[in-house]
Design a protein around this ligand. Structure first.
Ligand code: BGC
Length: 427
């Protein structure tokens, strides 16, 4: 066998966060949140979203755009009041296929937003004379001045479309609709996907105060009930993926150096689906002493961990598809490494929750509540849900009993429609 057990153990140790370290991360998270809220230097921008929790009485038909993960989605959503809604119609297209790539340097703002406008033309076919208000879930860090105006600060998740950073994204979107003769679509609101998730949760679980995306990217928002200079009481998009007080391993540093934006999104690069597979690739290359770096994805990781048998023959199939034939015993060791990467991710996500819960509860007790989480990693990756829960108990002791993390799917469309309803009231 090519794997040296001592070397494996040392990599796993480097990727393990114990209870004390977790508590430190949670405290540092709260500290950085509060620095940013006071307008002081912080690793997280804590962006005001200019929207609060919904009433549930929002009504009407609205368009929703979900822009930010792996797929683009155009939706027609009907809000019926009393927290009732229906996704009437949806058109979804991937951002990257074998024929086109809408996220790298070969794309352009015009090309991407025209593509989106075409999706809405397909969605509305024949109904182009009616006026529709549209809410835009844009899942990247954006500085807002109101519910419509949000300038993209910086691309994340390895997106690199030229001509969008620094721009008001809704202006780019509206211009594309106008170019395509779809001026009946009025873009009225923009929100982050975490905010969309929290708005959606507010419809069904009104005690929810935290919205989380645990997918290609990683981020949290929460309802900040205290207003401050220049900012109303509103949902705050933390951009917790940019938190930088975690101790990175040498593998995290390697990954960061080779990324589109070195030095940025350090938490996200340790936690999210876009990056975890790459961490596995780097460590496996080292362990097996491979000339070329294999290309594992988060989906491969789930496949490896789904096999819980001692011989790990199914896991071996997934691994050998990337690295060639394995020697006996190697697959189970690589599965241990995969688990270490996944479990660290879940524990960091839980530490973020604990930091937010401490901030929100101040000197009081943590209130009974749900935490709304959406995303492929939380939904599908083995070991994640139970390790989020376990780490919450390690950090919060019995107070963790007040908190129920839950998977709440497809918040982006409904959240965008709710935001459009709120914004269009003032038109
Ligand atoms: C973005 C966030 C987003 C998260 C989840 C991150 O890369 O910066 O705005 O909420 O991904 O999609």
């Amino acid at each position: 066998m090519r794997i040296n057990e001592a070397q494996l153990k040392s990599i796993i140790d480097e990727l393990t966060l114990d209870k004390e370290q977790l508590k430190e991360v949670a405290s540092a998270m709260r500290f950085d949140m509060e620095l940013a809220l006071q307008g002081r230097e912080s690793s997280m921008p804590m962006l005001c979203s200019y929207i609060g929790m919904p009433t549930g009485q929002e009504k009407g038909e609205f368009l929703a755009l979900d822009f930010g993960g792996t797929n683009l989605r155009a939706e027609l959503v009907s809000l019926k009041g009393d927290c009732q809604y229906e996704i009437v119609k949806m058109v979804a297209k991937p951002l990257v296929t074998e024929e086109y790539n809408l996220i790298n340097g070969s794309a352009s703002a015009e090309k991407v937003f025209d593509f989106i406008a075409d999706m809405f033309a397909e969605l509305l076919e024949g109904a182009e004379n009616k006026t529709y208000y549209l809410g835009h879930t844009f899942s990247f860090p954006s500085q807002q001045t109101d519910i419509y105006n949000a300038r993209l600060l910086v691309w994340t998740k390895e997106f690199a479309i030229p001509g969008v950073e620094g721009e008001v994204v809704n202006d780019l979107l509206q211009a594309a609709f106008d170019r395509k003769g779809l001026s009946n679509i009025k873009v009225v609101a923009v929100i982050n996907d975490t905010v969309a998730e929290l708005l959606t949760a507010g419809y069904q679980y009104p005690d929810t105060q935290i919205g989380c995306i645990y997918a290609t990217g990683s981020n949290n928002c929460y309802m900040e009930r205290t207003a401050d200079v220049g900012r109303p009481a509103a949902i705050i998009n933390m951009e917790s993926g940019s938190f930088n007080k975690l101790a990175p391993s040498q593998w995290d540093n390697k990954l960061d150096e080779a990324s589109e934006k070195p030095g940025r999104q350090r938490l996200e690069k340790m936690v999210s689906g876009r990056y975890m597979g790459e961490l596995l690739s780097l460590t496996v290359q080292h362990l097996l002493n491979l000339q070329e770096k294999p290309e594992f994805t988060a989906i491969d990781m789930s496949g490896i961990m789904a096999d819980t048998t001692a011989v790990a023959s199914d896991a071996a199939k997934v691994i050998s598809a990337k690295v060639g034939a394995l020697e006996p015993g190697e697959a189970a060791y690589i599965r241990d490494l995969t688990e270490a990467i996944a479990i660290r991710s879940a524990r960091i996500v839980a530490a973020c929750f604990a930091g937010i819960l401490w901030h929100v509860s101040g000197s009081g007790k943590i209130a009974d509540q749900h935490i709304a989480i959406d995303g492929s990693v939380y939904e599908h990756m083995p070991h994640i849900k139970e390790n989020v829960q376990k780490a919450l108990y390690e950090i919060l002791d019995e107070e963790a009993g007040a908190v129920t993390p839950m998977l709440l799917k497809d918040g982006s469309g409904l959240g965008a429609a709710i935001a459009a309803a709120v914004a269009s009231k003032n038109i």
